[in-house]
Write a protein of this length. Sequence first.
Length: 137
Amino acid sequence: MSIEKKIPLDRELVFEFVKVAHGSLEQVEALLKQEPALVNACWNWGGDDWETALGAAAHTGQKEIAEFLLSKGARMDIFAAAMLGKIEIIQAFINDDPHVAGLKGPHGIPLLSHARAGGQAEVGDLIESALAQLGDE
């Protein structure tokens, strides 16, 4: 099996893409049009704090940005699922391993905070319930 070596993306472009995904759909669209490979690029803020544009959108409640990125091939993760109210996904994760309720995403932001950022009360209740059950162990 041969693995094709690819040229890394420009670091400053990755930084800018992740940064603007915290709040500017227009800039996200423009940068992704300029470089489509950015869709799943990660930036390390330091101290092993890795973040994608989808991760940025997820913890800031930027639903339009998250949905746009997903439509362009971004990889869904549990944090975006929580922010977007994808309760079936969150329930499946919790059923598989209740400890995921305590996961932290970029910047150490808890899963529950992602649900709250998206205004997802039902998902938040599910996560809080799982956290409470873990506290009873």
